[in-house]
Design a protein around this ligand. Structure first.
Ligand code: HEC
Length: 327
């Protein structure tokens, strides 16, 4: 989870990096146009080819830094490539999906453009070998002059794709009406949400029914010692391994292991609730992460993650269907 300082820098500077390839693709059609009218079309074709090539290479850095940045700010799940959108309120995630699609279409169009430019250059070389060192436009149809109209069209579409991508990037960084409205709604929802800052119900776990008399070692949860606490009306069903009713929830309180025994050092609280649609809603709360363990949680000293936080995606590998079991 923790990245090297260099990767962190590359990620943070994404808004700066992108301007290098973007500036080059904007210049590219100008060089291409030069090849239609200049007395020296080969030179412009070659220039255009190199501008396109550097723009394409620059896009690799831009894509990589964008991906790292998205993961760092948890808009993209760690290890994933694309933001997950499961509610219309996730405006940033929706914009980011489009942003990524536009960036990738730009790379495809860019590869096509560079390939067409390379072909035009190659054709010029062949013409030169054939004894025409300074190819002129005469005898060529207009769209076959210089770099050719297909390359120019692909280059312009490349500008279009990245221009759109850049516009969305600007919206994500500086905001627009829709993102501002979503931010205001999120603030309001947080005000009405009693568990926005701390998981009140999980912290009150001792008011629930313990499923075990003593802590047990849980391999699935960092090898900590844990005890599971379940809402009173659901404890019998839980112990019998039956699916629980919506509204039922369980908390696993944990202690760190010291030499094979549970210690007094309190570990994180794990929370799982059955939502109205029968699906699990999870939370992970670790109010004071000891320094030595911060690497586990991306360097944070306080962690409170709740569904749909992408950090909890790993819980779902075992909890996709809800409670994982009684013991
Ligand atoms: C490797 C599989 C696995 C992963 C990953 C996992 N769990 Fe569990 N979870 C289990 C199992 C198995 C149990 C049953 C108790 C035990 O064996 O630890 C359990 C029990 C629980 C319980 C008690 C209720 C129940 O389901 O029985 C809660 C709450 C819980 N997990 C939350 C979480 C949260 C939150 C995460 C992610 C931070 C998580 N778990 C990650 C497998 C997993």
């Amino acid at each position: 989870m923790t990245a090297s300082p260099l990767i962190e820098l590359i990620a943070r500077e994404h808004p700066a990096f992108v301007h290098v390839p973007l500036g080059l693709v904007i210049t590219l059609p100008l060089a291409m146009l030069g090849s239609f009218w200049s007395r020296n079309p080969e030179r412009w074709t070659r220039t255009a080819f190199f501008i396109g090539l550097v723009a394409l290479a620059g896009s690799a850095v831009a894509l990589f830094s964008g991906l790292m940045w998205g993961r760092q700010i948890a808009l993209i799940p760690g290890g994933g490539y694309f933001p997950v959108v499961d509610s219309g309120k996730q405006v940033l995630q929706r914009i980011l999906q489009l942003h990524e699609l536009a960036a990738l279409s730009g790379v495809l169009l860019g590869s096509l453009t560079v390939w067409l430019l390379w072909r035009a250059w190659h054709r010029d070389n062949q013409a030169a070998l054939g004894g025409a060192p300074h190819r002129r436009h005469e005898g060529r149809r207009f769209w076959e002059r210089g770099v050719g109209i297909p390359a120019l069209a692909a280059g312009l579409m490349w500008v279009g794709a990245w221009g759109f991508c850049g516009k969305l990037g600007g919206v994500m960084v500086f905001g627009n009406e829709e993102t501002n409205k979503a931010a205001a709604e999120a603030v309001e929802a947080k005000r009405l949400d009693a568990e926005a800052e701390v998981p009140v119900r999980a912290l009150d776990y001792a008011s629930l029914e313990p499923a075990q008399a003593a802590p047990f070692r849980s391999k699935a949860h960092g090898n900590r010692w844990g005890r599971i606490w379940v809402t009173a009306s659901a404890i019998d069903a839980y112990k019998a391994g039956k699916p629980l009713e919506p509204g039922a929830y369980a908390v696993m309180s944990t202690y760190e292991d010291h030499g094979g025994k549970p210690s007094q050092d309190v570990g994180p609280l794990y929370f799982l609730e059955i939502a109205a649609d029968g699906k699990p809603k999870l939370a992970f709360y670790w109010p004071r992460v000891p320094e030595a363990q911060r690497a586990e949680v991306g360097g944070e000293d306080f962690v409170y993650w709740r569904s749909p936080d992408p950090h909890l995606a790993s819980c779902l590998t075992c909890h996709a269907k809800g409670m994982a079991g009684s013991r």
